[in-house]
Each structure stands twice: as C-alpha cells, then as structure tokens.
Design a protein around this ligand. Structure first.
Ligand SMILES: *Cc1c(COP(=O)(O)O)cnc(C)c1O
Length: 362
C-alpha cells in the first residue's frame, strides 16, 4: 500500500501549521501563556470557557473512536463534516489545481469547497434505474484518473437520493484510485443505513477517508461536531491545516453527553423509529396518484417525484410544513426531499400530499 502522504500537496508536506498555546506539552499551575483573562466573565460564570479549549479533546476523541470503531489517531474532530470536506480539499488540491470528482445530484459542499480552492470539478452523474439512483463507479474511476482528480467524493447513503453504495464496490473503487486519489465516503446518514460503515475498509485501504457527524442521528446539528476517519498520517496533516482551536468547549460537553451509553441507547431507539416511519411514509406516498416515484432510502429522508412538485411544495408551505425543493438539482426537476419527522409530523405531510392528489384527480 503506497502512503497516502503522496497525495498531500507537495508544498504542504513539511508544513507545521500554527503552534498554539495548547499544542505544546508544558505543565504548570499558573497559566499565563495565552493572554486569556485571569477572571471568569459574565458570559460564562462557571469559567468553563475562560481558557482556550484543547485542539483535539482526548475524552471526545476517545468516545468518538469507540462509537465509530476506529483508533483515536485515525480521527480528526472538526466543526461538522463540512469543515472536514474543506480541510481535505485544501490539503490535497493546490490552489487552482488538483481536481475533485463528484456524483451529482449530491450534497453541494464538495463543489463549494472545490470552487473556493479553485480546483476543477469533475462531475459524473448518478445513473437512475428501477432500483433508484447509483453512481457509475467505472465512469467515476475513469474520469478521476483521466482528469487528475486528487479527491473522489461518494455520499453513502446519498443526499438527496437516499441510495447506499455497496462496500465491495467502494473497496474496488479505492483500489483503482490507489496512488492517484483519495476516496472520501461521506456517511452523514450512516446510522440510518443497513449497510456497514466504510470505516471497516480503512485497514486495507490507505487512500480512503470516511466522514461522520453528530448532526443527524445524534441530534446535535447546532453543536457542529463532525469527524474525518482516515490513516493517522493523513489525520496529522489535516490537523496542521485546521484552525488552532476548532472545537468550542460547550460543544465538546454536549457531544460527550450525546455519546454516553444512555444517550446512545435513546439515539438507537430514535433511529429505529425513523427507519420504520421511513417505510410507512414511503408506502403511503407510493400509493398516491400524484406521486410519480418515491425512492427507497437508507437515510432519514425520502426523495419523491411529483406530477406538480411546485404545487405540492406550496401546499406544504401553506400548511406550515417546510421541505426541500430539489427542482434546481440535475435530474430532479420534479422532486422534493422530505425529512422523516415525528409520526405526527409525517401524518401532516401525508395529509397535505393526499389532498393535493385528490385535487389533481378532480
Ligand atoms: C448534513 C450533511 C453533512 C453536514 O454535516 P455537518 O457535520 O453538520 O457539517 C455532510 N454531508 C452530508 C451528505 C450531509 O447531508
């Protein structure tokens, strides 16, 4: 296995990053090295936020590693997986070069980060068949190799399409990209999927990185905690490209609570409920005359095509329900993406949908 470091920007290989007040190994009782205030302020009477936080809090890294089944050195904590995407693009693509391969319709941040870095975007559209959407992995590998891509993003389960990519297919794509590009598997919705995590492939594939987040199943979108799991040497490079104190102290505390055994149990029950609601709602939608197609989903949302998506979008809004209009996305000119809510909320969505269908028929 060739080292993944060969994929890192040559001009960053010896880059040490910022040496922060927390990155050394100094010990003491009176800390006067970071120009922090000596007193707790009114905004934080407990004093929990008076000091700069640890760049990578060991307790949080350990808890996340335990949940994701990896070693702490394989994991970098950041401000959501959005930050991880940005770090990966900046660390691997020299400004104006490199190349980022994506599979539209897909989560928009890969293209945004590529654009900000001036890296060419290589688009290999998802293919639709009777089973739903899937990436054309041969075409993706070919485009990535020919286009000199440094990064290939696969979203599994896919947002907004809901499809999961089989693990063996990811492994063979990683093999084809070895020595040429890093395969990044975004598992923001991994908890809702019946497929095992691509983290299980890391031991045999050095050019793989997996993104996970506490924003979806763990109900902490506002705390902005996400991780990249990858080879320790790549994690070390990303850390040096990251801001000095990336994770705010209150967010660390919230994350540690969310990762406690009791909280994980309750998350698991909610995930089970989302999965059963997903099936119930999908069946109900599939039976409605104005629904052209509702896709199977491994995420906590459903993608559906409608006879008149604009009208249904507006009818839902009129009923106080905000969903995601996908009509501007490639291949999805008649589609909406609807998050699975509580059973009551899902019933509300279904009621609006069926009233729209009745009107169409009348
Ligand atoms: C929601 C989402 C993210 C963003 O996760 P954060 O950790 O909140 O930044 C990443 N990828 C996909 C596909 C998403 O849908």
């Amino acid at each position: 296995m060739s080292s993944v470091l060969a994929l890192v920007r040559e001009d960053l290989r010896g880059f040490a990053g910022y040496g922060s007040a927390r990155s050394g190994s100094l010990q003491g009782e009176v800390w006067l090295n970071a120009n922090e205030s000596a007193w707790s302020g009114a905004g934080d009477p407990s004093g929990a936020c008076r000091r700069y936080p640890e760049p990578q809090p060991p307790a949080l890294t350990a808890a996340l590693a335990c949940v994701y089944g990896c070693a702490p050195e394989q994991l970098l904590v950041g401000r959501g997986s959005d930050e991880a995407i940005d770090l990966l693009v900046r660390a691997l693509c020299e400004p104006g070069r490199g190349g980022v391969a994506v599979t539209p319709p897909v989560f928009g941040m890969y293209a945004v980060s590529a654009r900000l870095q001036g890296a060419p975007l290589l688009e290999v559209p998802l293919v639709e068949d009777e089973a739903g959407f899937r990436p054309d992995l041969d075409a993706l590998a070919e485009a990535a190799v020919e286009g000199g891509a440094k990064l290939v993003f696969l979203c599994s389960p896919g947002n907004p399409t809901g499809n999961a990519v089989p693990l063996e297919a990811m492994a063979s794509l990683a093999r084809r990209l070895e020595g040429r590009a890093l395969l990044v598997v975004d598992e923001a919705y991994g908890e809702f999927s019946s497929q095992p995590s691509a983290i299980t492939l890391l031991a045999s594939h050095g050019n793989l990185a997996v993104l996970r987040t506490l924003s979806k199943a763990h109900a902490l979108a506002g705390a902005r905690i996400g991780v990249v799991v990858a080879a320790p040497e790549l994690v070390a490079v990303l850390r040096r490209c990251q801001a000095p104190y990336p994770v705010p102290a209150p967010c660390v505390d919230a994350a540690l609570v969310a990762l406690s055994p009791v909280a994980l149990d309750s998350t698991a029950r909610q995930v089970a409920l989302v999965r059963s609601e997903r099936e119930r709602v999908r069946r109900a939608m599939a039976g409605l005359s104005c629904v052209r197609r509702v896709y199977p989903s491994e995420g906590n949302f459903l993608l559906l095509r409608l006879a008149d998506a604009g009208r249904v979008f507006q009818a839902l809004l009129d009923a106080g329900v905000v969903v995601r209009d996908q009509r501007a996305a490639p291949q999805l000119g008649d589609a909406l993406r609807i998050t699975i809510g509580t059973p009551d909320q899902n019933d509300r969505v279904l009621a609006v949908l069926s009233s729209c269908c009745t009107e169409v028929n009348a």
